[in-house]
Design a protein. Structure first.
Length: 281
């Protein structure tokens, strides 16, 4: 029976909601979010999807209209003013709270002076990353990781940055998004990688513990998690859509992975267009 076509909905894009399935080994459950609307995506795979940018962008923080989006959906004044848009968020080892120059010290205390996790993940191969422990597993799903293993817990975001810097001597901290989207990522023995890295980096880790306190960097005993994404066809060649260049993005939805929609006409990273006002049908 032909499916009843939904009416078009319109709203400003938020990051897609990605949730673990209720049963292990089932696929990650995605919802596209635009304004108040939540569109279940898993059940639309194999069907046509059309997204049209109206030309408007609203700042995700203050709601003001902005011609250009900064730091994934902010207007320029918010981008310059908010602690969450400061470069120390991307490079936590450069935290400058103790110099008294944090843009929003109270925000920093709530978000950065909280336990953080250092993890190993496999999105396009082995990588190291950090996240607040409340952001697991969202962080991994947003990266399109097929596996993840938390390995260390630290007291602050800055400490997680120091640990990550150390691990970057041995392992990547970036995802190759094209490789991630092509889907032929090989499974890695994350426990073995953790043990290998702990032994390679033993000196560096004990130095960090000396500096920050023996208990500040705690080894975790976790089990690797596996994630399965709702993708029916992985692209062989990865071409990407961009609302700034072509406001109409349409095609058959073939899958969702990370924050990307995979259409038969190309892929689109929706996170990049947070705040864009989109008509969806
Ligand atoms: Zn703003």
């Amino acid at each position: 029976m032909p499916r009843v076509i939904d009416m078009a909905v319109q709203g400003c894009l938020s990051k897609m909601a990605a949730a673990l399935p209720s049963r292990q080994n089932d696929q990650v459950v995605y919802h596209l979010r635009a304004g108040e609307h939540r569109i279940a995506l898993n059940e639309r795979i194999g069907e046509p999807l059309s997204l049209r940018w109206t030309g408007a962008i609203a700042c995700t923080h203050c709601g003001r209209a902005t011609k250009k989006s900064f730091a994934q959906g902010h207007c320029y004044p918010c981008f310059k003013r908010l602690a969450q848009c400061d470069t120390c968020i991307m490079k936590p080892e450069t935290c400058h709270y103790f110099q008294g120059t944090c843009r929003e010290p109270e925000w920093g205390e709530r978000h950065c002076f909280q336990p953080h996790i250092v993890y190993l993940a496999n999105s396009s191969g082995l990588k190291v990353g950090i996240t607040r422990n409340t952001q697991m597993p969202t962080r991994w799903l947003d990266q399109g990781a097929i596996q993840a293993l938390p390995i260390l817990e630290v007291d602050t975001r800055q400490q997680s940055g120091f640990v990550e810097m150390l691990f970057k001597e041995q392992v990547a901290d970036r995802t190759n998004w094209r490789a991630m989207l092509k889907g032929d990522v090989e499974v890695i023995d994350l426990n073995a990688e953790r043990d290998r890295l702990f032994s390679l980096l033993a000196n560096g880790l004990s130095q960090l513990r000396e500096t920050h306190g023996v208990d500040s960097i705690r080894t975790l005993e976790a089990v690797p998690q596996h994630f399965h994404y709702p993708v029916s066809v992985f692209p062989k060649k990865v071409a990407s859509h961009n609302f700034d260049k072509q406001p109409l993005v349409e095609g058959l939805l073939q899958g969702v992975k990370g924050q990307y929609l995979i259409l038969d006409s190309g892929v689109i990273n929706l996170r990049k267009f947070t705040g864009y006002e989109i008509q969806i049908s």
